[in-house]
Design a protein around this ligand. Structure first.
Ligand code: 4NP
Length: 155
């Protein structure tokens, strides 16, 4: 399976999600692809926010080599599932869908843990370190479910 995580800036939440899932895929021998992207280009080409790099490193995950990129409609063709962090991301991605097949690929990442609840992973950018810890905790739960799902879809 090919998974894409989306957030606004691609420097905090989606790079964490990508890094955590990539780590679990290696640990558990899961085949597939994981990537992340954002909706705005202010940070284009930059590494993740140092606070996101720091929280990942506390869990022995190095996300420092990731670089910001912006979502493109062709990502709908590349990826099987596209996970957003919050309502704002959801409304932005909905505007970019070209058809029902595109729309079917999109969901809130926390619906992996709490189906249908549409719970958000709060934007930690203007927050303190606790919000980064909270983002990590939530994304760790979601990627556990995703890893299980991907395993059952690995031939
Ligand atoms: P992210 O966080 O969407 O989790 O990467 C943000 C990053 C940058 C900004 C906002 C949120 N920003 O306004 O630049």
């Amino acid at each position: 399976m090919k998974i894409l995580f989306l957030c606004l800036g691609n420097i905090c939440r989606s790079p964490l999600a990508e890094g955590i899932l990539a780590h679990k895929m290696i640990q558990q021998g899961i085949k597939g692809k994981v990537d992340s992207a954002g909706f705005e280009s202010y940070h284009m080409g930059d590494p993740p926010d140092p606070r996101a790099i720091g929280i990942a490193l506390q869990h022995q995950i190095d996300i420092s080599a990731q670089r910001v990129r912006v979502f493109h409609a062709s990502d709908f063709d590349t990826f099987d599932r596209i996970y957003v962090m919050d309502e704002s991301n959801m409304s932005m991605i909905r505007k970019k869908t070209r058809n029902q097949d595109d729309l079917k690929k999109v969901d809130f990442v926390m619906n992996l843990v709490y189906p249908g609840v549409n719970m958000e992973v709060p934007d930690p950018y203007y927050g303190n370190v606790e919000l980064f810890e909270e983002a990590y905790r939530l994304l760790d739960l979601a990627t556990d479910e995703l890893a299980k799902h991907m395993k059952s879809h690995t031939p």
